[in-house]
Design a protein around this ligand. Structure first.
Ligand code: PMP
Length: 390
């Protein structure tokens, strides 16, 4: 049966994690995998999550199936978090999914079901799984100019020119905040320009929101996508609770679609979900719903999230200073948002960091600043300065 299988494609992030695990050097440093770590190097269960889980274990009345839309209270919470507490979500269909990964695939299948020849435009560079998921649904993927690696800034003119060329068969996939892998976010003026072009040209905006609260704060991080949501009659959104609720392995996410045909869209999403995973796992979604329904748990969660955000900002600042002290301009680290930035390093320099210094980065130079212990910043800066010399 399986002798004709071609070997599996290598995932550039998971392969770094595997190589790191296999490395026996005790001083090894993992800046690869995209999880938040505290000062002790742990990815903690957030206190509000722990508390909600205990309440749930004590009082959950049943583990019977949920419906195809998953946890409805969770879906309302996601709408309020992403669109705003007061926003009118009546034009949106929201369904819970197994993580944002599940939402990406569901939405890709929806696009393919309604316009098979649609092209999905992703940023250069983008999240490693964007192109594979879109392509697995049969969609064509194109890349738009985004990051200028040398300066860590937006290639604004080229980016806006690419968007200006999009039409009715095009889907523009944007990162809601804390762009993965670059940390480079759009300004509010950029979001406004995209909204104006979407209205005039009829392309479909599609926002992936995986790091709300990791950039400038919960509300601020959603400001850009809310400009699109207010202006555009149709829009796609996928949402992850992996990072800001620390629910990674609980696979907690949502797919949202704004359209003039909500009943049609809802029915098709249900059909697509039914013949795939059928229903999403409930545990993480119920935890989120419980946290958002309780003033105490919500305040506790927000305070812990804010502390995580400030810790990442401090890491950014310290690494930028340490690199500057070694003659490497790195102010872009202070401008970027969230867990990731990209160091402008060649493939050979990244390999040297791994082989000579046991420092692991993702191909392309992405580092996870939340994986960086303060006590090791000077050591990292020294190593980067050494491999940067030509
Ligand atoms: N989108 C982006 C931009 C991501 O970085 C990730 C992974 N962190 C995902 C989607 C997938 O997230 P999830 O764990 O919810 O599947």
């Amino acid at each position: 049966m399986f002798q004709n299988l071609s070997p599996a494609a290598v995932d550039s992030i998971l392969s770094v994690a595997e190589a790191f695990r296999a490395d026996g050097r005790t001083h090894k440093l993992d800046l690869g995998v995209g999880v938040y770590r505290d000062a002790a190097g742990n990815t903690p269960v957030m206190a509000a999550v722990r508390e909600a889980e205990q309440q749930l274990a004590a009082h959950q009345p049943s583990k019977s199936y949920v419906g195809l839309a998953g946890n409805l209270r969770f879906n309302r919470c996601v709408e309020q978090l992403v669109l705003g507490q007061e926003a009118d979500a009546s034009a949106w269909v929201t369904i819970q999914t197994p993580g944002a990964s599940g939402a990406l695939r569901l939405v890709a299948d929806l696009i393919a079901a309604s316009r098979r020849h649609a092209k999905v435009w992703i940023s250069d560079p983008s999240y490693v799984n964007h192109a594979p998921i879109m392509q697995a649904a049969g969609l064509a993927v194109e890349r738009y100019p985004y990051l200028d690696v040398a300066t860590g800034t937006l290639r604004r003119e080229a980016f806006l020119e690419a968007v200006a060329g999009l039409g009715q068969d095009d889907v523009l996939l944007l990162h809601g905040c804390c762009h993965n892998p670059s940390g480079l976010d759009l300004t509010l003026a950029d979001w406004q320009a995209i909204a104006t072009m979407a209205q005039a040209q009829g392309f479909l905006p599609f926002v992936d929101m995986a790091y709300q609260g990791f950039g400038d704060g919960l509300e601020q991080d959603a400001a850009g996508l809310r400009v699109l949501a207010a202006a555009c009659p149709e829009m796609l959104l996928v949402y992850s609770c992996s990072k800001h609720f620390g629910l990674y392995r609980e696979r907690t996410g949502a797919a949202m679609v704004k359209s003039a045909q909500p009943a049609l869209v809802r029915g098709k999403l249900f059909e697509l979900a039914r013949r795939s995973y059928t229903m999403p796992p409930d545990h993480g979604a119920e935890i989120v719903a419980m946290i958002m329904a309780s003033d105490d748990l919500r305040a506790n969660w927000q305070a812990e999230l804010e502390a995580m955000r400030l810790r990442m900002l401090a890491s950014r600042d310290k690494l930028a200073t340490a690199l500057a002290q070694r003659g490497l301009a790195a102010d872009y680290l202070r401008q970027h948002k969230g867990m990731f930035s990209m160091l402008p390093l060649s493939d050979a320099a990244i390999a040297r960091l791994r082989d000579e210094f046991a420092i692991y980065l993702v191909a392309g130079g992405r580092i996870n600043l939340a994986g960086l212990d303060e006590s090791r910043i000077d050591e990292l800066a020294d190593a980067v300065a050494q491999v940067s010399q030509v």
